[in-house]
Design a protein around this ligand. Sequence first.
Ligand code: HPA
Length: 277
Amino acid sequence: MESVYEKLQRCERSLRQKTDFVPQAALVLGSGLGDYGERIRVVDTVDYHEIDGFPVSTVPGHAGRFLFGYVGGLPVVCMQGRVHYYEGYDMPDVVLPIRLMRLLGAEDLFLTNAAGGIRQGMPAGSLMLLTGQIASLVPSPLRGPNIDELGTRFPDMSRIYDTDLQRIARKAAVSLGIDLWEGTYLQLSGPQYETPQEVAMCRLLGADAVGMSTACEAVAARHMGMRVLGISCITNLASGISPVPLSHAEVQETADRVSAQFAALVTEILTQLGRQE
Ligand code: HPA
């Protein structure tokens, strides 16, 4: 049977037949940044379908493709659509795209997502810089034989979100006049939204926001030594905090409302990053 690493190499070979672009940073677009591709000076596009072995998302509205191009002077690869654990993929498939972008050359990973807000006083529509995370409630993407070519068996996770990148993000937010919240993100498997009791548990564990992605991707990225930055769009107050039942429509509506501000922040961060290279 093909190993996780062999499959990753198959994807790399297939993708390399379509582009020779070498990105410095990788960007994963969550809900609310679906249109962000318009802000990238795109030089190459590759549909996930075109990549031999690549896991393709089943969620409607999660168009799946890589965009290759520039934000400011920074060469980036951007994932328009990610795959989620709740779709039925095993964790190695969920993080395969992250590993693939590292193999293409990306050293920094910028993760974005939509999340439910738990932190007291943080309203829906806020942007939250991830300063920490709890991934232990979903399986580790590193489970199974270690892929020595990517990283060590027992990688350190004590500074999972890079402090230099966080500093850049804070500065970018100040320069744009954006209130950037900060906190710990907790990943659950989904796809159901949480019960109020589960949200109470998340709060007890120290979470400020809850979602269904990102933490596993950050773990895989740190395993490979990438610098990781994460920002959540708080699309709704989490279950039990919100006075109304949760719906995907509400999540999408808030994500759309905040998208221009979110996009401006992402661009400013990437532009600053490009100046440092
Ligand atoms: N919970 C989990 N995932 C989410 C939420 C939520 O409340 N909002 C957006 N993604």
